[in-house]
Design a protein around this ligand. Structure first.
Ligand SMILES: Nc1nc2c(ncn2[C@@H]2O[C@H](COP(=O)(O)OP(=O)(O)OP(=O)(O)O)[C@@H](O)[C@H]2O)c(=O)[nH]1
Ligand SMILES: [Mg+2]
Length: 371
């Protein structure tokens, strides 16, 4: 961690409808800051980055009036990037370079803030992580056995996908961590929901230190973790590991497997070769579009609405398939290539053309788009 004379600490708290937690959270943070000789009220601030539709901003304003700490609430209307986007907005506006991120529902005990801060000052690290899974840590606050299993399994998965970058990290998905803004290139990050720490660790080589902590139960309000966040996570993983074009290729390969399986299945059901081939091809085209729209291009706010994107993609794929088949027949007829070789070559050409068409036309960037 790089030092300056008075490092100071900015505490960034992303909030989405946490009105019932704000007062308790602020008073526990303030007590924790006052109780620690290394932290001081003068050189600590809290920044709420709020996307709420409830009266969380009012709760923050009330807490700020009663508190000694400097407290700011940045309220956003667009909710861009969700939790992760909120963290980056907070980091950009923070007064200090040492930025601590924690949830607004008291699952991350404020009494641990001082230890994170001291560890940041004492070690050569860019990021200090409060881990539920380091020795001495606990994930008891996760509600239910299913959430425990999902949490464990997704950590195994991401560690397997980024074995080098996450080698020393037992909890790359925690939302409780401290980073040095000078060491992390924030412009490189593409926030997409909850896993902003993973975004930092996977994209950049950072020096990481961990401390254990006990993840508590929610104090008040409702969880915002959802199936949707799960899908965001899968999309984020795909983009981090494979990039957009590889994700596109993976969906294509999956589609090809489904296509072959459908032709086989329809044949077994007694459907003729031509209708079976057409049904399987069209089902694959639609299925691929739906997956690409969510998993590969989901972060691009396209100029076209859902129907506009679907029509363009569907039309392109049908025209492309018809042309490709006609070309294969022609090449074989001219004796230039065998059917298999012509199909293979044209499939590669078609893949590149399809990607370019989707990236530039179907998902033509909306001009007003900002992360
Ligand atoms: N600014 C902002 N904050 C969000 C958003 N979604 C969630 N949050 C906040 O991020 C933190 C974590 O969300 P939680 O709902 O507690 O998620 P979780 O801890 O995985 O789920 P639980 O264990 O059930 O609480 C909380 O402070 C939320 O208010 C969002 O879209 N924007
Ligand atoms: Mg929570």
């Amino acid at each position: 961690m790089q030092h300056d004379a008075t490092p100071g600490l900015s505490i960034l708290i992303p909030t989405y409808n946490e009105a019932g937690n704000v007062a308790e959270l602020v008073s526990r943070i303030e007590a924790a800051v006052c109780a620690d000789p290394v932290l001081s009220i003068e050189s600590t601030e809290i920044l709420f980055v709020d996307d709420s539709t409830d009266d969380t901003p009012l709760a923050v304003a009330r807490a700020a009036e009663a508190a000694l700490l400097r407290i700011t609430c940045i309220h956003r209307e667009d909710r861009a990037g969700g939790l992760g986007g909120a963290v980056l907005v907070g980091a950009a506006q923070a007064r200090y370079d040492l930025c601590l991120v924690m949830d607004g529902d008291l699952q991350h005990p404020p009494e641990k803030i001082a230890e994170l801060y001291r560890t940041a000052l004492g070690y050569e690290a860019d990021v200090v992580i409060a881990s539920r899974y380091a020795e001495g840590g606990m994930a008891a606050g996760l509600s239910g056995a299913a959430r425990h299993a999902v949490s464990r399994a997704s950590i195994l998965l991401v560690r397997a996908m980024f074995p080098m970058r996450l080698y020393t990290c037992s909890d790359p998905m925690t939302g409780f961590f401290l980073f040095d803004r000078r060491a992390v290139d924030l412009d490189q990050l593409r926030p997409l929901g909850f896993k902003i720490l993973l975004e930092m660790l996977a994209r950049q080589k950072l020096r990481v230190v961990e401390i254990p902590f006990e993840f508590a139960g929610r104090f008040a309000g409702e969880s915002k973790a959802s199936m949707r966040q799960g899908l965001h996570f899968l999309r984020q993983l795909g983009q981090l590991r494979f990039g957009r074009m590889s994700g596109f290729a993976m969906v294509g390969v999956l589609g090809a497997v489904v296509n072959v399986a459908l032709v086989w299945l329809l044949g077994r059901l007694g459907v003729g070769v031509v209708p079976a081939t057409v049904i399987a091809a069209e089902t694959t085209i639609v299925g691929n579009f739906l997956l690409q729209d969510r998993l590969v291009f989901g972060d691009l706010r396209s100029r076209h609405g859902f129907l506009g994107r679907f029509v363009r993609s569907f039309a392109f794929n049908n025209v492309e398939a018809a042309l490709r088949i006609a070309l294969v027949v022609q090449l074989v007829h001219l004796g230039w290539m065998s059917a298999a070789a012509a199909t293979a070559v044209l499939l590669v050409v078609a893949f590149v053309l399809r990607y370019v068409f989707h990236a530039l036309v179907v998902y033509a960037p909306a001009r007003q788009y900002r992360v």
